[in-house]
Write a protein that binds this ligand. Structure first.
Ligand code: WT7
Length: 571
């Protein structure tokens, strides 16, 4: 692996001394930033929103810039605070109480963020569902969580099951809907009538705030439960990793149906009171570059899958836009290919900072801090307050450079507090005081962590272990390859052989010669045993919305097995 050190563009970041930050660090010391310190009570909605609305210098600042192809809106902290007060009043009127689950099934919009904060203000638990879910996915989640209220749009209502949801009392409709049954609440009508004053429900740090459903390798999606305490880590990483400053305009491209879209699309930026850009609609390179240019985005948090698409559209495209405001880029969700980091340096003259974490961890844990040297292909080092290591299957720590289970010392502010309705599943994450991530990785002598794959994805071919990520990274370095997903295919002699699914860049056609050339490219670039014995060209590679290649699905296709839960598949 290339160990090239990537230089920092001088003056660009707040360069905090990593070792100093780590020394004697205690999460408790960070409580002083929050009302908790003086009152012993807290609420994320207060800290991220009302606090700024009460501040005479901040209240008229733009909190949210929302845009999609049909709509553009700018909302101040004061207006968002008032609007969410109205929504909190509506929920209270309909009997929502502390701890009740209130779900949102709707696209990103100002109404989404208004309702989301309204839910937190009554101390209910918010459950955002990704808009592409089909009926079964919605049903599974509403049933398991026993949600009391659902907020949706007339279009998405078609995918909301109308039966077998005994706990669902009301459905709030954001838009026109002709049905006067008292099951439905008309959002716009009731918002007009509701008061914009609301006494926020103060909670304890350990009170529930958020349920994010996530798919495991088996079984139904599980509800990962987060508490208000997470704010401490969202705030801290907002400073250390996102490097947010007062005047930043920040854009996180993730949907709030996924944890990145809440932790870093809502909490971290607004805890810091920065202007937050939300872009709805579909991805195109033009649209994304436009968004960066038009709103003068300075800090940008996105995903490798999007970055790879930008790469495949060429670096010349970037030069058509004025991106001079952009000063900091981060990535999350899957391995950030070294090739993309190298491309970022050329295309943006900026480093792309990889960050590693999971739905379950609630916030970033292993990152490329602005002050650290970047080793392309490495996720970086644990943030202050986090101890990470590699353990074997018995829970023993392994020395540097040995591959094993990536594990984190139990107990950090943003960690999930339970799996909803499933205590034994929750327990199964822990071993010897470590949270076991399910990722395989190794740590080098300097403490940098290198991701290898999900444990169930690691390929063993002729007794050699091969991480699919390595092969995929190599494949996309080939000029003809746009995206790649690699699986182990059972083979009588070799255990598994490597099979690659690829998409081709524009201007390339599938020929036996081209496929052989790609194979040789990996063989000579990486190693003979890592070269795919089979390559299949596809129109697209299946990915989750958080950008992970669904190797499990590729494998099921390949083996002709049932495909299981594909509710998180990007449509
Ligand atoms: C899994 C968690 C939390 C952000 C969205 C994904 C993979 C995440 C990285 C990274 C390599 C990564 C891991 C992890 N992953 N970030 N920087 N490098 N892999 O959340 O859907 O809960 O998935 O995503 O495999 O376990 P998620």
């Amino acid at each position: 692996m290339d160990m090239k050190v990537v230089p920092v563009r001088e003056g660009n970041y707040n360069l905090k001394d990593y070792e100093k930050l780590r020394e004697n660090f205690s999460w408790d010391d960070m409580k002083k930033y929050f009302s908790w310190d003086t009152t012993g009570k807290v609420n994320m909605a207060y800290e991220a929103l009302d606090r700024h609305a009460e501040d005479s210098e901040k209240k008229n600042k733009i909190a949210l810039i929302y845009s999609d192809p049909y709509r553009e809106e700018k909302v101040t902290f004061k207006d968002l605070s008032k609007a969410s007060n109205r929504f909190a009043n509506i929920l209270k009127d309909y009997g929502v109480e502390k701890g009740d689950r209130v779900f949102l099934f709707m696209p990103r919009s100002p109404e989404f963020y208004t309702a989301f904060f309204g839910i937190l203000k009554v101390a209910a638990v918010a459950g955002p569902l990704f808009e592409a879910f089909m009926e079964q996915a919605v049903r599974d989640r509403l049933q398991d969580s026993e949600a009391k209220i659902l907020i949706t749009t007339p279009e998405l209502l078609k995918r909301v099951p109308q039966e077998n949801l005994p706990n669902l009392e009301k459905i709030v409709i954001v838009g026109d809907h002709i049905d006067d049954s008292d099951k439905y609440i008309d959002y716009y009508k009731e918002m007009e009538e509701a008061s914009d004053e609301f006494d926020i429900e103060w909670v304890d740090l350990e009170d529930g705030m958020l349920l994010h459903y996530t798919s495991g390798s088996t079984g139904k999606p599980k509800g990962v439960y987060h508490v208000h305490h997470a704010m401490i880590q969202h705030y801290a990483t907002g400073e250390w990793v996102l490097d947010l400053k007062e005047d930043d305009t920040y854009w996180c491209t993730a949907d709030p149906g996924w944890v990145t879209g809440t932790s870093y699309g809502i909490f971290a930026p607004w805890l810091h009171g920065v202007t937050n850009v939300v872009r709805g609609g579909r991805f195109t390179p033009e649209d994304w570059y436009n968004t960066l240019e038009k709103y003068e985005v300075s800090v940008w948090y996105t995903a490798p899958t999007a970055l790879r698409l930008l790469v495949s559209h060429g670096e010349e495209k970037v030069s058509n836009y004025n991106l001079s405001s952009l000063r900091h880029i981060m990535s999350v969700g899957e391995p950030l290919n070294p090739e993309v980091v190298t491309w970022g340096l050329k295309a943006f003259n900026l480093r792309i900072h990889d960050t590693w974490w999971m739905t379950e961890t609630g916030a970033q844990l292993i990152v490329n801090l602005p002050s650290l040297e970047i080793r392309p292909g490495s996720m970086g080092k644990p943030i202050p307050g986090i101890e990470a290591t590699i353990i074997d299957n018995e829970g023993n720590e392994l020395p540097p450079n040995q591959m094993g289970n990536l594990a984190i010392k139990e107990g950090w502010p943003a960690m999930m507090r339970k799996i909803w309705n499933n205590p034994s599943k929750y327990e199964s994450y822990f071993m010897n005081g470590w949270y076991v991530s399910g990722d395989s990785a190794y740590k080098d002598e300097d403490g940098y962590f290198w991701f290898q794959g999900r444990l169930d994805d690691v390929i063993n071919t002729s007794g050699e272990r091969v991480g699919p990520f390595e092969v995929e990274s190599k494949l996309i370095e080939h000029k003809a390859v746009a995206e790649a997903g690699v699986i182990g295919k059972p083979h009588p002699e070799r255990g598994e052989i490597i099979k690659a699914f690829i998409t081709l860049n524009e201007g390339y056609e599938e020929t036996p010669e081209l496929l052989e050339d790609i194979r040789t490219f990996v063989k000579t670039g990486l190693s003979a045993h890592a070269a795919p014995r089979e390559i299949e060209v596809k129109d697209s590679i299946p990915k989750t919305r958080s950008g992970k290649i669904m190797r499990r699905l590729l494998k099921s296709w390949e083996l002709g097995l049932p495909t299981g839960d594909t509710s998180t598949l990007e449509k």
